[in-house]
Design a protein around this ligand. Sequence first.
Ligand code: ATP
Length: 527
Amino acid sequence: MSEENKSSLDSLTALCKRRGFIYHSSEIYGGMPGFWDYGPLGCELKANVKQAWWQFTVRGREDVAGLDATIIMHPKIWKASGHLDTFADPMTMCKECKKLMRADQIADILAEQKKKPVAHNPEGTLSCPYCGGEMTEPKPFNLMFKTVVGPIDDPSNIAYLRPETAQAIFAQFQNVTATSRMSVPYGIAQMGKSFRNEVTPRNYTFRSREFEQMELEFFIRPDEAVEILHGHVVTLADNPDLDGPVQDDWGWEVWHKYWVEQRKKFLNAVGLPTDRFVEYWQKPDELAHYARACVDIEYDFPFGRQELEGIAARSDFDLSQHQKWSGESQMVFDDPLKQAAKKMDDGAKKAFIAKVQAEWSSRGKDPEAAEKFCLALFDGKYIPHVIEPSAGVDRLMLALLCEAYEEQKLVDDKGKDDVRTVLHFNPKVAPVKVAVFPLIKKDPDQDRIARDVFKNLQKKVNCVWDVSGAIGRRYRRQDEAGTPWCITVDAQTVQDGTFTVRERDSMEQKRMSYAEFLAMMYEALEF
Ligand code: ATP
């Protein structure tokens, strides 16, 4: 981290503490690494980020349903998903200073501390970035937190705090499909807490041990089903219009790119300009064995460019695994597919099976399984494939805070240099939308009208009331909280009902009526 970036992160952290965005968890007992609490402004920001995601992903669409599942679930879920066996980081310990760290993060820690001298290890093995001591051989360390369900502390009662929200979606796929009256292609979304016993929680809230995720599993037909239905499969080479309505003949590749674009639109809408993040397309050797593609959206945090969220094309891996481990079918019945297959004669079906077998063989998959798969398709049955946009609430909040934070150099009315600390939040996520002030608090008319305005606005959005100090100081307090508008009731309000609205970013003041203000505010808050 450059000195400049470090100091901007330090200033942001200080502001977040001072203004009640983020505190160390259990601070009076010395805190807990990797655990953070959100204060009065932080919890409003968080609620707005989650609400924006829900609006954009669920309510604003016709093809996504919601879910709110438990944090502790049947432990077999984690066996089926692979988390019990493979959800591990390589952990290593310094033999000298006994510090624990992730072996794959030593290079990052060294880069961050490039000014600190690190003693050279003569054997050329891993050296501790803190004292130069020799490190132990890296060992896999499972990141899931264990707990015991029920009164008997026995291995048979071990359960886990979920390390992601996604698996509950797969486990409830059949229930949601049956009750939501939706059919593939459609999605299930969930937001909520996840827990990972991260070896080295770092970079403020970026890598925490308790955090929240916002995940969507968007289920699609396998390309082979699209082929039967439409006689073709649209790929990216066909240049599909990803801004228009979704299309039934899209293949997985198009759906994946569509969701990458949707996620970028969402990030834009909540306040991250497009030029502040990049798409990182994972290389074939970086992909999980079941994944067909994975894009990380990376943001330039003050501590470097890091993953903000990911969008993965996970094939039918998860539902297939749950079918295998639970013994419950995870197939769907797709009537239009069955009807389309009925129109194929035996020759066409044979040719189709041969084509799928050849394609599967080229990917090292079993041709016999390909035939079984095709026969099920002719009956209108398959296990859906899935596109997974997966985002972290806390990571997005951190990016929004970093993006919004500015120490603005100004010259005041008397020509003196001044610094204004401001959080330029998009109004949609700003913790407080409006602050209301009577210009002169002792003026009973101003006080009464301002209170009326405040009470009315309070029924609609989060507002604050402030009467203490000069008006300029009141504005500055709101700038630090990121409040987009301040309403000041003055002598003219008593005459004609208009008040001044001071806009946070431009600092311009405009006179308007209550109705004009509401119209402007609603427009800015709408998705
Ligand atoms: P990383 O490589 O940073 O550990 P990951 O690839 O394991 O992340 P996923 O499992 O894909 O992350 O999780 C999806 C999203 O959940 C991430 O993009 C991030 O926004 C969020 N997330 C994951 N782990 C954490 C964490 N420890 N603290 C905060 N947010 C997290």
